[in-house]
Design a protein around this ligand. Sequence first.
Ligand code: EPS
Length: 383
Amino acid sequence: MSQLRWNTAGESHGRALIGILEGLPLGLPLDVAGIDAELIRRQGGYGRGGRMKIETDRVEVLSGVRAGETIGSPLALSLINLDYKIDELPVPTNARPGHADLAGSQKFGRRDPRAVLERASARETAMRVALGGAARQVLEAFGVEIFGHLVELGGQPCSVPDPDALGTAERGRRRMNSEFYCLDDAADERLKALVDAAAADRDTLGGVFEVRTYGLLPGLGHFASGSERLTSKLAGALMSIPAMKGVEFGLGFESARLPGSGVHDPIRAAQAGEGEGRYARESNRSGGLEGGMTTGEPLVLRVAMKPISTLRRGVPTVDFESLEPMRATYQRSDVTAAPAASVVGEAMVALCLAEAFLAKFGGDSMSQVAQAVDAYRADLGKI
Ligand code: EPS
């Protein structure tokens, strides 16, 4: 069994996005329509721009699957870019503040933001969603649910006090009915007015999304080395999404402002049928992670996204040649992509958790993984 690893290739206006996911066990029935459903969700959300009307992201499976099941070889996926025009697009004469344009040009030693922005673009996150969709299916086979939703847009809250209390079906229903993928039934009209005002102002908006994961066994991840801590892996994975500026787990930054008695989650004996093993918690302020490992409580994390850096009004910059002040070139952009970012966040959480899950229970086939999970469950009852 090899470690779960992934990679992507592809530019924003190149021919296609390509993704490879290595380390999937044999015998996973791959639900391609399920992956496409995630891709459709990523393309949506109120405030998206013209590009999403051009693209129709549907995944093509190139390798790793026979008769609908994984066969233990690398999974290769492709997504065609309908807006394929990389060779015709101009080289910008200035750098857009907030993008990779300037630092990337300096890094390459060439005034060519096009060579930078094509790959730095968040278009690449479409393939991450496809790969994450496959990784998620490994976890779902063991009863894990990963749920992302928007909790803030442009500084306006749009969640409910306790998303866990809604239950799976109601969470799904509310998110499906919201053009912002949020749980507050009453928020959409308010948020639409906010996005419309930002659009009229030729500006952009950021937001905060939350990802909750249910059904995790305790003990995924490792305390023994910094790089193996699930907390650091998840934070790194989420911060690798373009435009993300911060990640917090559970109480997050609020933990630093409270005394220990208001932060740590008391342990008690579990009641019959409650959770995994012999213990339960009275609260989940940790967000489901202690010592870099899962506790068995829901994993709760939030991620802050900055506003899209291509503004219709243009942010002040200078012309490369003359150094004369000007506004950054505008071609097309989203007013906000924060709802879509929650789908990308789910994908990154799925990739990270599937890696940790298979590191712990790894076998070469799904049935071997299932045996390891059953043995571990039996062990938990004795600890
Ligand atoms: C992006 C700019 C826009 C977005 C794009 C990300 O694309 P374009 O420059 O073609 O108008 O629509 O996002 C996607 C293409 C996508 O699939 O999410 C950027 O600069 O990051």
